[in-house]
Ligand binder design. Structure first.
Ligand code: OXD
Ligand code: MN
Length: 604
């Protein structure tokens, strides 16, 4: 049967198929062009209403895309199993498409703009025949914020639509934010045939356009997130004088009521969500300490002209967090957040309609259906959930949501923390000498790779500012942008480095992590407020062993010294291993980077 290609007016016989009357003419023109390219059977304009959520959820259940979970235990929660070939971001298939290769720089895959469209157009040509195209308008950032950005995603994945309505401010609200403007990110997405041979995630920053084909995985397909809020936004930020960063944003309230906001860049799957939702040890809560979450993955920051200080918003409205290892013990707030209104991806299903993943409980369920839909028992020798299985939950479900999370004016950032996953060499915490040194620390950050991206795991890779896979332009210009931001600020955040993952010679973690990270955070906050002691060392300002509170911990002062120890031979090896990054940037390295390295060498 051949199905006619519906134009917007033809599609009006179907519910929700008419363009939203609130959408402006640039939007409707572009949507029509994409309909002509993809030729869907139906078009559905999403409005973001509750009725729409109910309707689309039922359709997803009927189509086998979602499995309804136990309503008593997990109200309004669903399970999705992805194609096993489509479980993480595919960085090798992610491209920055610009007129010249230099604009994308040495750390990105590059396609020439026209060549990029030429490669993808045939893939999109007719790809939605027999399918529905959803028009998903969304806003990244609190409504009315000076930095808020509108995007429109066209997708043939109902799973993407239902995730986007959790992760963004989705629906008619976006048309209001957009008004008559042409400034919206044109996001085109199709599952295609979910074939890694035909999978491309292409960014056209100078056309404010993203084309993603062949993957339904969050980081490849929820185009508001990594694609818009990091890769495209980083380009806009560089042009317009603000920053889009791969950071969590949290508030810490002291017993005296003083509030300090901290942003932290950790690479994927290194505990951003856990840190952003940290519950302090009992001693601290008894004293009156309170931690609140603004965001767990992305921040947009700008300099407030009046105060000269850095302010930040979280552009997202939900969490797309890694589940393995998450439990009531390690992250209770995340567990509460995903108790309702949540989509689980690639976790195990128990016979009572509940979900399970490695680390959720000490004892595994006696039987389950694993993430690939196979019968599973604890002795089956396989993991029940995928190591990169995820939950998508609205941020309003987080009991510790910061009151400013929806504030269009954002919050003042007092500290920026960088931190990778390092078994050796890097101490638990130290402070940069100043902004320029802090940028050097962030730029040379290394981390052992995890399951969040396809590829070998556990090898140290340089991940500047945890942004390596997300900088939408030349890393040289990105670093220069960081250095220049300093000049706009009259009082800049202090910069720190942390490593929760240092191990002893037996391979045991030296630091308990999780809520106990509050003890390190307290030193950081006290440094920002001018209260804590630090001694100068070759790598930065360091707390003495006695400056970190270890009362009530199994960690001894000796272990604390070990955690903070700096082995100069290891630091030298670290400098050598940074060469990989320096060589990539050969001839193009901002001079501040060279000077900082030289200063470090002379301090050794
Ligand atoms: C993420 C990632 O999904 O960084 O947040 O991979
Ligand atoms: Mn991330």
């Amino acid at each position: 049967m051949t199905i006619a290609n519906p134009t917007i007016s033809q599609a009006s016989t179907i519910d929700h198929s008419k363009p939203s009357p609130a959408a402006n003419v640039q939007v409707t023109k572009w949507v029509q062009k994409m309909i002509d390219l993809c030729r869907p059977d139906q078009v559905v304009w999403c409005d973001g209403s509750k009725a729409e959520r109910v309707r689309l959820t039922q359709q997803a259940i009927d189509a086998g895309v979602l499995i309804k979970l136990n309503e008593q235990k997990l109200p309004n929660c669903y399970l999705h199993r992805s194609n096993p070939n489509d479980v993480a971001r595919s960085e090798h298939l992610t491209f920055i498409c610009t007129p010249s290769e230099d604009m994308a720089g040495p750390t990105n895959n590059w396609m020439e703009t026209k060549a990029g469209y030429a490669k993808l157009r045939p893939l999109f040509d007719g790809c939605m025949k027999g399918r529905t195209m959803y028009v998903v308008p969304f806003v990244m950032g609190p409504i009315g914020s000076p930095l808020a950005k509108v995007g429109v995603e066209l997708t043939d994945s109902i799973y993407v639509v239902l995730n986007m309505r959790i992760m963004t401010r989705m629906g008619d609200v976006a048309w209001k934010q957009l008004g008559e403007s042409d400034e919206f990110t044109r996001c085109l997405h199709s599952l295609g045939d979910v074939n890694p041979e035909r999978r491309y995630i292409c960014h056209f920053p100078y056309d404010n356009t993203i084309w993603s084909f062949g993957s339904g995985y969050g980081g490849n397909a929820l185009l508001g997130k990594k694609c818009l809020a990091l890769r495209i936004a980083s380009v806009l930020g560089q042009q317009q004088g603000w920053m889009a960063e791969h950071m969590l944003l949290m508030g810490a309230q002291s017993p005296q009521g003083e509030k300090t906001y901290v942003a932290a860049a950790f690479p994927s799957s290194c505990g951003k969500t856990n840190f952003a939702m940290l519950i302090p040890p009992k001693k601290y809560t008894d004293q009156g300490w309170k931690i609140t979450t603004v965001g767990d993955d992305i921040v947009w920051m700008w300099v407030d002209e009046k105060s000269g200080r850095l302010r930040a918003i979280n552009p997202e409205a939900g969490y797309f967090g890694v589940v393995p290892g998450t439990s009531l013990h390690t992250n209770p707030n995340a567990m509460f957040a995903m108790n309702k209104d949540t989509i689980y991806t690639n976790v195990a299903l128990t016979p009572d309609g509940d979900v399970w993943w490695e680390g959720k409980t000490d004892a595994a369920p006696p039987k389950a259906i694993d993430w690939q839909g196979q019968e599973w028992t604890p002795d089956s020798g396989r993991k029940a959930s995928h190591p990169n299985s995820r939950f998508t939950a609205p941020m309003v479900n987080n009991p510790a949501l910061d009151p400013a999370a929806n504030d269009p004016d954002g919050v003042v950032v007092s500290a920026i923390i960088f931190g990778g996953r390092r078994s050796r060499t890097i101490p638990l915490v130290f402070q940069a000498f100043n902004w320029v040194h802090g940028v050097y620390l962030g730029a040379t950050m290394g981390s052992e790779t995890t399951a969040a991206a396809v590829g070998q795991q556990g090898v140290v890779r340089r991940d500047p500012m945890a942004m390596l896979p997300f900088i939408g332009y030349n890393i040289r210009d990105y670093l220069v942008h960081w250095f220049r931001m300093r000049k706009k600020m009259s009082d800049c955040p202090r910069i720190f480095n942390v490593n929760w993952f240092r191990k002893d010679d037996q391979g045991r973690y030296l630091w308990p992590g999780f809520g106990e990270n509050m003890r390190v955070l307290k030193w950081i906050i006290d440094r920002c407020q001018g209260r804590a002691y630090a001694k100068e060392t070759a790598i930065g300002w360091m707390p003495r062993a006695e400056d970190i509170d270890i009362e009530g911990l199994a960690v001894t002062r000796d272990q604390m010294k070990q955690l903070q120890s700096v082995n100069l031979e290891e630091v030298k090896a670290e400098i050598m291993s940074q060469e990989e990054l320096f060589l990539k940037l050969a001839g193009d390295l901002p001079k501040e980077m060279i000077f900082q390295r030289e200063l470090l060498v002379t301090r050794l």
